[in-house]
Design a protein around this ligand. Structure first.
Ligand code: TRP
Length: 460
């Protein structure tokens, strides 16, 4: 039992027990559906290798510093994403970043849990039939009728939220750390096995070309900004997940190294996902540009034809489910940590209340793609798409912007330096560069993404 589960007023905060545990948990948050289906597809559509170079540049130049800023705020305050700003900047409105983080947890988790539920249905389907005898049309029909059913996807979604809640309730060390330390290496092994298998397929080289060959003619302003947006979502920055996780990092750990390791792991796994998917897609001559359907419609067709496809299909959907789970727990933890610390709830009560209220919104998302498809249209999109849009295009970039401005201009040089260098124990050699990024580069870059995603450029 952790201190949280026993009583809410205990003064001993739960924390990660080891360096590897922090990296597993934070990389677990970062590596998710965003890496495995979105990243490969986005790379392929936006100039392959050229987009990849820009993406990696953004991860290193902006992603790592923003992640480090979140860790620093969290560890310095030793509080949840809401309490952290209350403590570091009392009597100001900065705590609204925490409020936004909690709203973002609801919007992200509602649609993310819908898709997470699909991974379980497809895992079951893979192990029952291995998609044997399926055709492109039948897979399309199956996918549509699964969503139209309504209750079946809701069932999987609630089961997934239940799993998420169980891990979060178990605590930081005995839940999040324990499960991510086991699941992340498993995920890495699965994706490497899938990657090797894919590379061995005859005709797969075209897939690598699609993924890696730089096509600079496709690079436009909006592609550049798309790369930055993808980096934000993929690294889990901008809503306080990493502030919350940062508050569980021990004072003697090296925050900069943690931010670098987590970002590199996230990028590596995204690239590996592309390597696992595209050579296979090209080897079997199926359409690589399916978007969301790439994973649920195109890939089953690939597995259907592949030698050992039954085995690889199960591995793949297991991989997706694991990647999704280690991400959903990080989002739920933001709300639970808030309720435990600010509203003095027990961890059990906080988990039940947050998981069930998020599930309520989540069920609406799921039904908006099925039975409520025609009823629930807001601003011209389904409720599912609306939640997706609001989180990725509004809440995250805006949250990220406020977080870096807070770090650079409110905490400032001395406070940041003390926390990052562990009060002068560590060297913090790139500190000046970091300071430049959080004060100037990141706020400007994020502002550009934000403006672009709201299509304000088009309006000019
Ligand atoms: N990074 C995850 C992915 O790529 C999604 C995610 C989890 C996330 N937690 C987040 C995104 C917090 C933004 C903020 O799938």
């Amino acid at each position: 039992m952790t201190s949280f589960s026993n009583s809410s007023d205990s003064s001993i905060r739960d924390s990660f027990g080891s360096k590897l545990g922090i990296i597993a948990a934070a990389a677990g948050s970062a590596v998710g559906l965003g890496n495995i289906w979105r990243f490969p597809y986005v790379v392929g559509e936006n100039g392959g290798g050229a987009f990849l170079l820009i993406y990696i540049g953004f991860v290193l130049l902006i992603g790592v510093p923003v992640m480090l800023a979140e860790f620093t705020i969290g560890r310095k305050a030793q509080l949840n994403a809401f309490g952290a700003f209350r403590k570091l900047a009392p009597k100001s409105l900065w705590f609204l970043i925490g409020v936004m983080g909690i709203i973002a947890a609801f919007t992200i988790l509602s649609f993310y849990s819908t898709v997470s539920g699909w991974t379980l249905q497809y895992l079951l389907e893979a192990s029952k039939t291995g998609f044997v005898g399926s055709t492109n049309e039948s897979l399309q029909t199956d996918f549509n009728s699964f969503m139209a059913n309504g209750w079946l996807p809701v069932f999987w979604q609630l089961l997934f939220m239940g799993l998420t809640a169980f891990v979060v309730y178990s605590g930081v060390k005995n839940g999040i750390e324990k499960y991510t330390k086991f699941l992340m290496p498993l995920l890495l092994i699965i994706i490497i096995v899938l990657g090797i298998n894919s590379l061995l397929l005859p005709g797969g080289a075209k897939g690598l070309e699609f993924l890696f060959k730089p096509d600079f003619s496709k690079i436009t302003m909006s592609v550049v900004l798309e790369a930055l947006g993808q980096a934000f979502f993929s690294l889990s920055i901008g809503m306080g997940v990493l502030i919350t996780y940062g508050s569980y990092i021990q004072k003697s750990d090296n925050l900069s190294n943690t931010a670098i390791s987590v970002s590199l792991t996230d990028t590596l796994i995204a690239i590996l996902a592309g390597v696992a998917i595209f050579p296979a897609v090209f080897a079997f001559n199926v359409n690589p540009g399916e978007g969301p359907g790439l994973v649920f419609i195109t890939l089953p067709l690939v597995f259907e034809q592949m030698t050992g496809g039954y085995f690889f299909a199960i591995l793949f959907f297991l991989l997706l489910a694991i990647a999704a789970l280690t991400s959903t727990i990080s989002v739920l933890e933001v709300v639970v940590a808030y309720l435990v610390e600010e509203k003095k709830m027990t961890r059990l009560k906080a988990t039940i209340i947050s998981a069930s209220s998020i599930s309520l919104v989540g069920v609406i998302c799921t039904l908006s793609l099925g039975p409520l498809k025609n009823e629930l249209i807001l601003f011209g999109m389904s409720f599912f798409d609306l939640m997706d849009y609001v989180s990725a295009n509004i809440l995250l970039p805006f949250g990220g912007f406020l977080i870096v401005v807070f770090a650079g201009w409110v905490l400032g040089r001395n406070q940041l330096h003390n926390e990052i260098s562990n009060n002068g124990v560590l060297k913090a050699s790139l500190f000046n560069f970091f300071l430049f990024v959080v004060k100037y580069l990141a706020p400007i870059a994020i502002a550009l993404v934000f403006i672009n995603q709201l299509n304000l450029f088009d309006a000019l």
